[in-house]
Design a protein around this ligand. Structure first.
Ligand code: URA
Length: 252
């Protein structure tokens, strides 16, 4: 997750939590609070003079969790030239510039390099973000690669079998040759780790270089239907499938 976002505590008054969750106006929410229908961490609260930490506290209305509705799962087709941090000391565009309408803090589940385009998931569900990026959970990520050279079958086999990087041998990958041009090979590479600049370093390890890199899939998610620079919310089914793939068993 993006650390800058973690630093900002998501503190809100309970009436704001309820209205943000789309349940009603703040005035209505205050009346529910006054009526004893709202609990914070299991305790009935009677006034809105209360800070709620959205990352820690559980708010319920009539016994139903409210934070649930606050979760955001945003799938962005990141263009190249955007950094995956909240603020860039060098003033370059950040992926957050592409999400002006998203008013909750969402962190990135993993990163893409400045020059990589493709799928980036942003969410305030820290548990899912961490599970998706945890290499132990082996959630597959697929990349379309334009290599700077033509690659032999032997080189592709090396990529698939594991190559030696400075931080250890890579796990087995799925490699598919897409097409050849006179000078370049286009391939699809599916990895389950996600180390820093992994795909670029893998291509270098077999004596080539990445000229273009696009992340086309994260688990069940694909670029289909998104144009570059656009984002959409995940559907409930997609969230459930991702959680299953990332082995998220309980809510954070
Ligand atoms: N591998 C890379 O080398 N860069 C990315 O942005 C993603 C995966």
């Amino acid at each position: 997750m993006n650390r800058n976002i973690h630093k900002e505590k998501r503190l809100k008054t309970p009436d704001r939590v309820l209205s943000k969750a789309g349940l009603g106006s703040r005035t209505e929410a205050r009346s529910w609070i006054g009526a004893g229908r709202v609990r914070v961490n299991g305790k009935v609260i009677r006034t809105p003079d209360h800070w709620v930490d959205l990352d820690r506290d559980k708010v319920t209305l009539d016994g139903k969790p409210v934070a649930e509705a606050e979760r955001r799962y945003i799938l962005l087709y990141k263009p190249k030239g955007y950094v995956t941090t909240y603020r860039d000391p060098q003033g370059r565009p950040t992926v957050y510039d592409l999400l002006p309408d998203v008013d909750q803090f969402v962190g990135t589940a993993g990163r893409l390099d400045l020059d990589t385009s493709g799928l980036l998931l942003l969410t305030n569900d820290n548990q899912l973000a961490e599970a998706l990026t945890n290499p132990e959970h082996r959630v597959p990520k697929t990349y379309l690669v334009k290599a700077s050279t033509r690659l032999s079958d032997g080189q592709l086999e090396q990529l698939a079998g594991g190559v030696e990087l400075s931080d250890g041998v890579t796990r087995a990958a799925i490699v598919r040759r897409i097409r050849e041009s006179e000078k370049y090979t286009f391939l699809e590479l599916t990895i389950t780790e996600g180390r820093n600049r992994q795909v670029r370093r893998m291509l270098e390890a077999v004596g080539s270089k990445v000229l273009k890199l696009v992340r086309t899939n994260i688990g069940i998610l694909s670029l289909t239907g998104l144009r570059i620079g656009e984002w959409r919310e995940l559907t409930a089914q997609e969230v459930a499938a991702l959680k299953k793939a990332a082995r998220v068993t309980k809510r954070g």
